[in-house]
Design a protein around this ligand. Structure first.
Ligand code: SF4
Length: 187
């Protein structure tokens, strides 16, 4: 019986390790999709892209890099005027694209490494995936990859995969480092 094909949306190398290992172990034929217009600036995008390439080489799966669709303007237009709920729209942008590519490519299922991160809104991502799939093909494949959180960290360090300091967008970079600004302002 031919193995089932799944499109795995990936956000970065470290987050890809546990989901890809589990899917491969379960017998899925895994193709990854690197589609992330939310990663700023471009130099950061390139570092994460390289991390994904290294993980894919080690685990042996193919990656579709949507570099021609790396468009920060699309991200900013998507979240404009609704920044307080920006993560919902950011997830939606990426999962809808993953679903469309999976459908066009006749994949059996799609999913995302966003389900690995303890820092993301897990239930929101799972609900969006199901809603976007709408009960048709390709189905949204749900697993709680957070149970492998520590394993993913340790493996990414052992392999020397680039580990980012913030989620991706300029807003998250600001939130991560705003204390640096406070510190220089008060000194
Ligand atoms: S914090 Fe992360 S998930 Fe939320 S909008 Fe920014 S890049 Fe997207």
């Amino acid at each position: 019986m031919p193995s089932r094909r799944i499109l795995l949306h990936v956000c970065c190398g470290p987050c890809a390790i546990v989901p890809a290992e589990r899917l491969l172990d379960a017998g899925w034929e895994v193709t990854a999709l690197f589609y992330n217009p939310n990663i700023h600036p471009l130099t950061e995008y390139l570092k994460r892209r390289e991390g994904v390439r290294e993980v894919a080489d080690r685990l042996g799966f193919r990656v579709i890099y949507k570099d021609d669709e790396y468009d920060p303007q699309l991200y900013f237009r998507t979240v404009a005027q609704r920044e307080a709920n920006r993560c919902f729209h950011c997830y939606s942008l990426r999962l809808e694209r993953a679903h469309a590519i999976a459908k066009r490519g006749r994949f059996d299922a799609f999913t995302s490494t966003l389900l690995y991160s303890k820092h993301q809104k897990h239930e929101t991502i799972a609900g969006l995936g199901r809603d976007i799939a709408g009960g048709g093909d390709p189905v949204f494949h749900y697993e709680d990859y957070r149970t492998g959180w520590q394993q993913g960290i340790e493996t990414s360090k052992e392999w020397g995969i680039y580990r980012q300091q913030y989620c991706g967008c300029l807003y998250s970079e600001f939130e991560r480092f705003r204390n640096d600004l406070r510190n220089v302002s008060s000194s």
